[in-house]
Design a protein around this ligand. Sequence first.
Ligand code: PMP
Length: 346
Amino acid sequence: MKQSNQVFNNVLDLVGNTPLVRLNRIVSGFKGQFYAKVESYNPGNSSKDRIALYIIEQAEKQGILKPGDTIIETTSGNTGFSIAMVSIIKGYECILAVSSKSSTDKIEILKTMGAKVYVCPAHVRADDPRSYYEVAKRLHREMKGSVYINQYFNQLNTDAHYHSTGPEIWKQTEGRITHLVACSGTGGTISGTAKYLKEQNPNIKIIGVDAYGSVLKKYHETREFDEKEIYPYRIEGLGKNLIPGATNFDVIDEFVKVTDEDSAHTAREIAKTEGMYVGYTSGAATQALKQLNDEGRFKQDDLVVVIYPDHGSRYVSKVYSDKWMKDQGFFDSVNQEALEKIEYIK
Ligand code: PMP
């Protein structure tokens, strides 16, 4: 059957080509036009499908991976799911070393997707042989024919977005994009997309979103790794306590920091105003838009693209739980609305 009839050989044919959806009510009164690149339309529901597929296919091209070989990574998050999904279709073993902090739900999902999961103690140093980094490295050393994805330090992570996300946004906006706003974790998404866009038009402003408690913004401004910036925060997937080799700081114009609380409320607001049930970092990126707009940074004819990296279903018991929000103290200020609208008929 023809693929043009929306018929596909397998789920991997659905990776990429995600829609750009106009934001309406959440940006009402803002100057400019705002579009979200909605990455939950990937088959694994996040932007990480792009890097899993790209990195694995590059390894195949270089003859590093043969059927039955093993792919290793240290994550219980979106990347783990995407690698497991690609491994199923392509016939590889998938090993994920995760922290004991990972929820049992996440571990169950990875197991369902055929991954072998090593749960490693959370409260040991990164260089302890029991840490998930060290366990992954050891397994990689011991297993001939294994590939360690190592997304924070793998240039191919960035290249994946250079070859897909960047060209898609350029084409979808017909070259009219003026600003890109994207969360930075490994930095792969923002760096790869930015490099492509700046090659088309060097005037496009690239704005990274960072968390309080992360070192990225300060490093970008000073090239100093300041450990004093580091403290725990709740948003998963953006910011970091190290300098990721996959981030190209030169193509990013500036970083904006957002709080856990503001980002959580903004994620819930996106659901209520735009009807999009998106992840916590989509809330963070939209929170950055609000802060930039408040600073008068956009003009009427600007076209701003914001990346929405994943789907809200991963956060049902976090930002989308009133109880979780209360436990974090996120309802302590006035004017914050709970989602609960349940009536129990007895
Ligand atoms: N949002 C979420 C939910 C993520 O999992 C990640 C990846 N860590 C990001 C944003 C940031 O993407 P990147 O790693 O490409 O910087």
